[in-house]
Each structure stands twice: as C-alpha cells, then as structure tokens.
Design a protein around this ligand. Structure first.
Ligand SMILES: NC(=O)c1ccc[n+]([C@@H]2O[C@H](COP(=O)([O-])OP(=O)(O)OC[C@H]3O[C@@H](n4cnc5c(N)ncnc54)[C@H](O)[C@@H]3O)[C@@H](O)[C@H]2O)c1
Ligand SMILES: [Fe+2]
Length: 370
C-alpha cells in the first residue's frame, strides 16, 4: 500500500465561533462570499462589524452548483478591492466559489484557463477561511472546488492542494436555519463521502478511520437534526460528520455514486446530496463483496448486522425524510438512461470504485431505480 496524507487546515469548531473572525483574519481588505440566506438573517452584517475597520465587500450571488461565470465574477470583485483575505460562508457552492476567488485574486485569467486550459497556478492564494452552513460537503477541509461548465453541460472539479483553506471555522449555530429537506440531502452527501472514501481504490487507513466516525455520527444524528433543527448536539455532530467525511474524501476522492450524480444534477437539476445518495444503496450491495472484510467491520462498528441492513437503513432514511428513491419522480425517463450511463461510467471518480463499472452496469443500476 502507498499513500500520502496532507492536511494543513486549522480546524476550529464550536457554537458562536464566528465572533473569533477578527483575531483570525489578517489585516487588509476582506472579500466575503456568501449566501442570500446569510445576508437575510444578518450574519454577513455581523461579520462586517466583527471585521471592522477592515474594508469588507460582500458577494451573495452564488447559485447552487456554481458556474465558471459566477467564480469569475467573484474573482473580479476580489481583485478590485485587492483582497488579502477571503471568507466563504455558506454551503458547498459558496465555499467553492470562495476558494476560486481566493485563488484567482493572485493569479491571472479565468477559472476556465485553469480547469479546461490546464494552466498551472503561478501564485499562492489569498488567506482563506471557510465557514460551512450546511453539514454535508466538507469543502472546508477539501482540496477541491466543483464548478458547472455550462458549455460542456457538466460539472468539473478543480483540484489543488492550494485549495485547502487556512482555517475551517465550524459554527453549528449557522446550520440551525437549514430546512429539513436540505438537512437530509446534505447529511446524506456527507454519508456518501465517508462510505465512498472508505471503499475506494485509493483508500488508506487514515481516511478510513475518519470515515467510520463520520458514518456513525450521520446514522445517529441525522434524523434528530431533521426533526429538531435547533438541537445543538445533533447539529454539532452533523457538522463534525461532514468535516470528517470531507477529511476522508479530500484525501482519496469519491466513487461511482458521485460519478453518476454529475449527470443527474446538470441535466435534471437534482440537488447534489440527493443525486449522490440515489445510487448509494445499490452501490453498497454491489461493492461490499469486493471489500467484504472492511465493509463488515464498518457496518458492525456503526451498529448493523450486515451491509444489506445498512443499505436498507439508508433507504428508510430517504423515505422518512421525503427523498424519493425513484428517478422517474425527478422527471427522468427510460430514454435518458443511456446518456446518464455514459456520463456516469466515464466520470473519473467512477474509476476509483472498488469494482469497475461498465456503461451497461451503470445503465442497469439506473434502470433498477427508475
Ligand atoms: N469542494 C468539495 O469538497 C465539495 C464536496 C462535495 C460537494 N461539493 C459541491 O458543493 C455543492 C453543494 O453544496 P451543498 O450541498 O452544501 O449545497 P449548496 O451550497 O448548493 O446549498 C443548498 C441550498 O441551501 C441553502 N442554504 C445553505 N446554508 C443554509 C442555511 N444555514 N440555512 C438555510 N439555507 C441554507 C443555500 O442557499 C442553497 O439554496 C455542489 O456544487 C457540489 O458539487 C463540493
Ligand atoms: Fe458530495
């Protein structure tokens, strides 16, 4: 076995930690990439006050599954104010745009030059703090940003160790306002990161140890966070699960569930977490025999008799939280499966699965849940 481990991000976790921003951020102009909801509930204004007298510019135009254009727009404002620091406060979409802005403020050109053009990053990024307001992506500790390329009609990852933020500031209070449906979908995204990292070809003992705890925390806390949005313990545990899932996945990448999700999101607008978890139960059943000993150890540690019992519980959680398991409920038809199978089978992360899937395999998986 060969593996590397790189994790320079300082993690600070606890309720009301947002008040520490002044001591954590160097002096100079700060660019805040945020979410409409954070502006509406007054969090960005609060941050501005905490960061005073620094010049602070707020950008709150990030859409789910952000585009190249949004990343470029954010970068242009960051350059204009000469930002020395960037803060991303929001879900994965927002944190990813913050990462791109922090990078592009010190490097010329468009995000497209780097992702599609393969240009190398000449300079280091601005100081970067990520504050997640969903508990799902783990972007606050990952070395990747994911962006939608509308011309190619797909999502593309931008991977660089330079993306690992200086600080991941977890303040579970920021997730209290998450609606139940988003709590569930993003929490199940965290579950996918943990499980996919655990079984992937690039798996390693450090990432696997994070995955076990992440799976346990999701299975024990997601329903409470769904039913009691202001339950501090459940929210803190979900934020921690997301962090651990991100730490694991950031080292190893994901597998087929994420690979298949990209086509579901770009073509049918299915949110990221839902798109990923749709195939998780099928993949648990398909992949577990190939990593039998390790999967048995995982499911026993988190309280299940077998991978099958674990897969059934994931299906129950989807049912109990209103996430349909049927592709047809998202407007997908029989005639779409060929295209989805092609996109899913050819995605790079799909090849990181413990069993290699052909286009036919992906097609059959999708047909079974149509
Ligand atoms: N960089 C990474 O490591 C990584 C990992 C996984 C996924 N991703 C990417 O992250 C994106 C998905 O991120 P996400 O699942 O966090 O969703 P998101 O950031 O797209 O947010 C989903 C919705 O939740 C809302 N929201 C966020 N926080 C809220 C809060 N506290 N209260 C109320 N509403 C809130 C947002 O406004 C948005 O409408 C996708 O683009 C995905 O590809 C990145
Ligand atoms: Fe994900």
């Amino acid at each position: 076995m060969q593996f590397e481990y790189c994790m320079p991000t300082r993690v600070i976790c606890g309720a009301d930690n947002i008040k520490k921003l002044d001591e954590l951020m160097p002096n100079g102009p700060v660019f805040i990439v945020s979410d409409r909801i954070m502006v509406r509930i007054g969090v960005t204004e609060q941050m501005k006050e905490i960061l005073a007298p620094r010049r602070v510019e707020i950008f709150a135009e990030v859409e789910p599954n952000p585009s190249f254009e949004t990343a470029d727009k954010a970068a242009a404002i960051a350059r204009e104010i000469g930002a020395i620091g960037v803060i991303g406060i929001g879900g994965g979409s927002t944190m990813d745009v913050a990462k791109a802005a922090a990078m592009l403020v010190n490097n010329e050109g468009s995000i497209e030059d780097y992702i599609n053009g393969g240009k190398a990053l000449a300079n280091d990024r601005a100081f970067l703090i990520c504050i997640p307001t969903t508990a799902g992506t783990g972007s606050e500790v990952s070395n990747v940003g994911v962006f939608t390329d509308h011309k190619a009609n797909t999502k593309k990852p931008w991977v660089s160790f330079k993306f690992l933020p200086d600080i991941a500031l977890l303040d579970p209070v920021m997730t209290y306002s998450l609606p139940p449906r988003i709590t569930s979908a993003t929490g199940l995204d965290a579950l996918c990161h943990a499980v996919e990292s655990y079984w992937c070809l690039a798996r390693n003992p450090i990432a696997q140890s994070y995955s076990i705890m992440a799976v346990k925390l999701v299975m024990e806390n997601l329903m409470t966070a769904f039913n009691e949005p202001k339950n501090e313990e459940a929210r803190t545990n979900m934020s921690t699960a997301s962090l651990l899932g991100g730490l694991a996945m950031g080292q190893t990448r994901t597998t087929a569930c994420h690979g298949i999700s990209f086509g579901l999101t770009t073509n049918f607008g299915i949110d990221h977490g839902t798109a990923c978890v749709l195939t998780l139960p099928s993949m648990i059943r398909r992949f577990s025999p190939a990593v039998e000993e390790e999967m048995n150890a995982l499911v026993k540690t988190v309280g299940f008799e077998s991978p099958e019992a674990f897969a059934c519980r994931v299906e129950e959680i989807m049912d109990e939280t209103g996430i349909s398991r049927r592709l047809s409920d998202y407007g997908i038809k029989d005639s779409d499966l060929d295209m989805l199978a092609e996109l899913g089978a050819s995605a790079l992360v799909t090849k990181n699965s413990p069993v290699q899937l052909s286009k036919r395999d992906v097609y059959d998986t999708l047909l079974a849940i149509l």
